[in-house]
Design a protein around this ligand. Structure first.
Ligand SMILES: *[C@@H]1O[C@H](CO)[C@@H](O)[C@H](O)[C@H]1NC(C)=O
Ligand SMILES: *[C@@H]1O[C@H](CO)[C@@H](O)[C@H](O)[C@H]1NC(C)=O
Ligand SMILES: *[C@@H]1O[C@H](CO)[C@@H](O)[C@H](O)[C@H]1NC(C)=O
Ligand SMILES: *[C@@H]1O[C@H](CO)[C@@H](O)[C@H](O)[C@H]1NC(C)=O
Length: 801
């Protein structure tokens, strides 16, 4: 510092003024010597002290101090050139030193020399720039200048930019001598590479030692949309269940954009989508989440191919592809289509006949679409798969309409999904009838009773047959089987209503002619061919008391030709004769009883109630008349009963001549013996006559019947039926149960005639006992005639004879 000290002494000749000049560097310590004033002014130290030398200054601050002891001037205050003068050079300050006794005034000027005590200084520590990455090369950016208050060489000399790739600086001098600096872009910025740059600008001065100041330059690179979004996959794959509900997450697509801000803001969308796909999926435009918005049907689309687009705000786009595979869900019920089904099947169809052909379908795929068909177990049908998805419903037995006339076959189609779905269809099959059942009569045989003398056309009873077939095949008609009864066709006795099965009597029946009708009725159905069955019918004719007893003996010949003889000596109970009567009815109706109606004498005779035997009941006395006439009533047991009367002549005599004499009385013919031969001849003639009459009667009746039958056939039975009675009593068959009982009880009277003939034995005894050739012959003739009339009763008759 001392070396820099410069002393300028300027002497003033006048007392008043003398000027000295010093040069000192700035920033000297306090007390640092500025100059020896006493010496430089040439004033004695004593004088200084005596003259009370002092510094007078106009300025407020006194930088210097006068040391009177040494006569030197020292620094009394820190002197900062930059503060004192700023940019002004040279820099100095002046003051006066005043002395008294005598007054002396000396001017001192102190020049302050600059030292490099200040560094260049930037106003801020940091400056920021925002530069678009698209800034063109050569673009310049003005930088703030630094300031260095030092002057000359100590002032700011140079700027230096710390090394970097992108920028260089260029310095310019101001016309006023200052310097300013610009930053020039020499390499393009890339925000994506270096979004921020940190630079440092250094300002240096020329002092020694050199001082510098720095400023940080923060460059923020502004983005430009120079990057397109990039999908992280070129192809996205996803699966989604069909019928997934709306909002189901499908996948997340992701694209990135290297740009920042809005240029990096990606919007996702589907590009060139079919309309329907747009309804099914949507992508969240900001997150890229693809989700379901519509209904997904596997059966419509199994896979969706969606083009994806990512777009940033700057309009750059990129695309990718999303393949969504739909997973099948068992959501379709199998359907059954009836391809062929007539609805009916004949019951004679053989086992294995195809009833229906079905086609099953399931829109699902794989297992979900695998359908099996089944029917109920207990039906006589099976279902068989023929072609793929075709099923045949076939019978596995022969059907029987009479057992089951219709079937409701439920066909169930089930798929193999989890859980399985199924549907069913009911086939209504009607089994059509075939005439495979014969009519069946309610009873195995029919029996009925009808009283004789019925009115023709009367309904007897009804036969009923059933046929389990249907409709026409069950329509039953009844017919009489064409048989003969006693030589006449059955139709002449019985007719049947072919629709109702009601049996009618065609004619009036006569029990005495026939006791029973047996025939066969056929029931025939309306099928084609018709089926029929037979039933035998027995109609029992029941007896009515329609025949009065007939007296066979004694024969009534108008005159009293025949008389029974009773010897006067006859004992009590003497059998006089026997009234023989028959009743063609049977049973009770033929049970005859005999009563004496009137007697001439007080009771001499009685008649056996049952057997018709006339016996004496007391000794004959002389008082008794020789000629007695008895009237015997023969009555049957029918309701009402019928009867016949017969007169019996009895002669009470001692001997046969008596009788003859009496007989003449009887016959009013005195010459009995003479006339006896005549009577015998007459009797023979009568017998012959009766025989001839009988023959004629038989022939005429036969002829009549033949004609009647012919008429009946022609007139279709509408003519009134003439009851006919055959000349002989023919026993057509055994009587019914009731009659059989009766016939057992009253075996003797079942057939009165027969019983009477059996009773003829006592009668013949009577005639034998008579022992008179004439009457005996007569009686025998009468018996013979009787025998002729009863030709069937050979046994009885022969025994009688
Ligand atoms: C996309 O991928 C990037 C990198 O893998 C990840 O950081 C980002 O979170 C993803 N975006 C979405 C929406 O998942
Ligand atoms: C793409 O992004 C999606 C969504 O973030 C992610 O799930 C997937 O794993 C990414 N793919 C790759 C190959 O990184
Ligand atoms: C079949 O179904 C019909 C109508 O549903 C019904 O009237 C008929 O009785 C059924 N038949 C059988 C045999 O179940
Ligand atoms: C019914 O009887 C008739 C004659 O008696 C016979 O020809 C026919 O074969 C019988 N029918 C049946 C089904 O027995």
């Amino acid at each position: 510092m001392h070396s820099l000290l410069l002393v300028f002494l300027s002497w003033c000749c006048s007392v008043v003024l003398c000027q000295i000049r010093y040069s000192i560097p700035e920033e000297l310590k306090k007390g640092s010597l500025i100059g020896n004033v006493a010496q430089d002014l040439g004033i004695e130290l004593d004088r200084l002290r005596a003259g009370r030398a002092r510094i007078v200054t106009e300025e407020g601050i006194q930088y210097t101090e006068l040391n009177l002891d040494k006569g030197i001037l020292v620094v009394s205050e820190r002197i900062d050139r930059e503060q004192l003068c700023g940019d002004i050079t040279p820099c100095s300050f002046s003051f006066e030193i005043i002395l008294e006794n005598p007054m002396e005034l000396h001017q001192v000027t102190v020049e302050i020399l600059d030292i490099n005590d200040n560094s260049p200084v930037f106003e801020k520590n940091t400056v920021s720039f925002e530069i678009s990455e698209s800034a063109t090369l050569g673009s310049s950016f003005a930088l703030e200048s630094a300031y260095d208050p030092d002057v000359h060489v100590n002032s700011l000399q140079n700027y230096i930019l710390k090394k970097n790739d992108n920028f260089v600086i260029k310095q310019h001098s101001n016309p006023n001598g200052g310097k300013y600096v610009e930053m020039i872009l020499q390499k393009a910025l890339d925000r994506e590479e270096h979004p921020r740059l940190s630079l440092m600008l250094i300002a240096v001065d020329g002092g020694n030692p050199q001082r510098s100041g720095t400023v940080n330059i923060d460059v923020t690179v502004l983005d430009v949309n120079d990057n397109a979004p990039v999908f992280n996959q070129t192809l996205y794959r996803a699966t989604v269940m069909e019928n997934a509900p709306k909002g189901t997450y499908v996948t997340n697509i992701n694209a990135t954009d290297a740009d920042s801000g809005s240029d990096g803001h990606i919007v996702y969308s589907f590009s060139d989508l079919k309309e329907q796909v747009r309804d099914i999926f949507s992508v969240d435009e900001s997150t890229g989440v693809v989700s379901v918005t519509g209904s997904i049907d596997f059966e419509k689309d199994k896979v969706y191919e969606i083009r994806l687009k990512a777009k940033d705000q700057g309009g750059l786009t990129s695309t990718s592809k999303l393949i969504v595979e739909v997973v099948d869900v068992n959501d379709n019920v199998p359907t059954i289509n009836v391809m062929s089904f007539s609805g009916h099947l004949s019951e004679d169809s053989s086992s294995g006949t195809t009833v229906a052909i079905l086609h099953v379908k399931d829109k699902d795929s794989a297992r979900n679409g695998l359908v099996t068909c089944s029917i109920e177990k207990d039906l006589p049908f099976t279902i068989k798969s023929s072609l793929a998805n075709y099923y045949n419903l076939i019978t596995n037995t022969v059907l029987d309409r009479e057992t089951a006339s219709e079937y409701n076959i439920t066909v169930t189609a089930t798929d193999s999904g989890l859980p399985p779905l199924s549907s069913s269809k009911i086939l209504h099959l009607r089994v059509t009838d075939v005439n495979d059942n014969s009519p069946v009569f309610d009873q195995g045989t029919y029996s009925a009773y009808i009283s004789e003398n019925n009115s023709p056309g009367m309904s007897i009873f009804t036969v009923k047959a059933r046929d389990s077939d249907w409709n026409q095949n069950a329509q039953i008609s009844y017919f009489l089987e064409d048989t003969e009864i006693g030589g006449s066709p059955v139709s002449s006795f019985i007719s049947i209503n072919s629709d109702t099965g009601v049996l009618h009597a065609v004619r009036s029946f006569d029990y005495e002619q026939m006791k029973q009708l047996s025939f066969v009725i056929k029931a025939q159905d309306g099928g084609s061919p018709p089926l029929s069955s037979n039933v035998s019918v027995n109609i029992m004719i029941q007896d009515q008391n329609d025949n009065a007893p007939q007296v066979l003996y004694p024969v009534q010949t108008g005159g009293s030709l025949v008389a029974e003889m009773v010897p006067r000596s006859a004992d009590v109970g003497y059998l006089v004769t026997k009234v023989v009567a028959v009743d063609v009815d049977s049973g009770q109706n033929a049970w005859l009883s005999y009563k004496l109606l009137k007697t001439t004498e007080r009771a001499l005779f009685e008649v056996g109630l049952q057997n018709g035997e006339i016996r004496t009941i007391r000794q004959v006395t002389d008082k008794d008349a020789v000629k007695q006439r008895l009237t015997v009533v023969v009555e049957d047991n029918g309701q009402p009963s019928r009867s016949a009367t017969v007169s019996v002549n009895v002669v009470v005599a001692e001997s046969f001549p008596d009788v003859l004499s009496e007989f003449t009385d009887f016959t009013h013919d005195k010459d009995y013996n003479d006339n006896l031969t005549f009577y015998l001849v007459l009797a023979l003639a009568v017998v012959s006559f009766l025989f001839i009459v009988s023959i004629i009667a038989i022939l005429s009746v036969r002829c009549h019947r033949w004609r009647h039958e012919h008429m009946y056939h022609k007139s279709n039975a509408n003519l009134p039926v003439i009851p006919y009675y055959p000349p002989f009593y023919t026993d057509i068959g055994s009587a019914g149960t009731l009659q059989q009982v009766h016939s057992y009880d009253f075996c003797r009277t079942t057939d009165s005639r027969r019983s009477d003939l059996k009773y003829a034995k006592p009668c013949s005894q009577s005639t034998i006992s008579l022992d008179a050739s004439g009457t005996q012959t007569l009686l025998n003739v009468q018996m013979e005639k009787l025998t002729n009339e009863n030709s069937d009763d050979q046994v009885s008759c022969s025994s009688l004879l």
